[in-house]
Design a binder for this molecule. Sequence first.
Ligand code: PMP
Length: 349
Amino acid sequence: MFNLDKLLRDNIRELVPYSSARDEFQGEAKVFIDANENSLGSPLTKWYNRYPDPHQHAVKAAISRIKGIPPQHIFLGNGSDECIDLLYRAFCVPGKDNVIINPPTYGMYEVSAHINDIEVRRAVLLDDFQLDLVHLENLVDEHTKLIWICSPNNPTANSLNRQDIEIVLNNFPGLVVLDEAYINFSRHKSFIQELSDYPNLVVLQTMSKAWGLAGLRLGMAFASEAIIDIYNKVKAPYNISQATQELALKALEDVGQVNEMIRQLVTMREQLSRDLAALPAVQRVYPSDANFLLVKVGNARAAYQHLLDAGIVVRDRSKVELCEGCLRITVGTERENAELLKSIKEWKA
Ligand code: PMP
């Protein structure tokens, strides 16, 4: 019932992709005068006068070793945000197709849909922040191309039930995009090992969270080779800069340090959660599988302003469905967390 070719936009199926100088010749040579670069160099280093590897072979090989996923199942984007946008451009016909999101969730699924003139259908999560499978199923029609699932979810911080995700994967004939941006902070297993069971699965991960490299802009999509081929067909030729590729490669050598930071952040999250829950102004701290907490304070706008006056910026999520009265707070450093606690303690709700 899953037919990738049928899901694809006609113009993308027929597209002749851009072929770059680096696509056409990848070997060693004495003289490279094929790409209209500045042959003399640059104010930085000689290295940056050349276009980067359009397919990021070295970075993908390193990610492949760490994740245990072959490189041909990996696509790299300028942040996950590029991986999100390209799915709309490849699969969704503007003004005709639709996608389903499960709010409250990450805002870019909807913004990117609007940029691409794609209808967004909303299956709001249940009160326990789990998928409403009945509502979801009722929203699907023949023009539904993508279902966005975020687990652990932003801003609710919880993981979605694995069985529910499997039900969607087994029954929806379009693409199921599972955003695992926060998976490293979770007790639950990633779905990247299940790619061979689900030809309609795209898993998104990012270097912006656990890897601590939000400034580099490197997002990862894991999927079947056929889906990765489509990503490569529609992407800009040199979407990941030379600087990003070099720095990511360096960072990927140190998975040990990242695992240690994850361990610390999870410990700090649990401590911060307990400390916040003990404050009179705090009504509820929701369980978190991520590196942030959803915290119910009642008058969230006033709490937000109070913290801002103290020079502390958190995210006011009180206008978001199911998050009334809530702030979303990232786990900071020990000092930042202490300042936050001190300031909330002084706040009279
Ligand atoms: N997905 C989720 C769920 C996020 O919360 C975020 C960032 N807030 C992103 C994706 C974007 O990640 P990136 O920095 O890789 O674009």
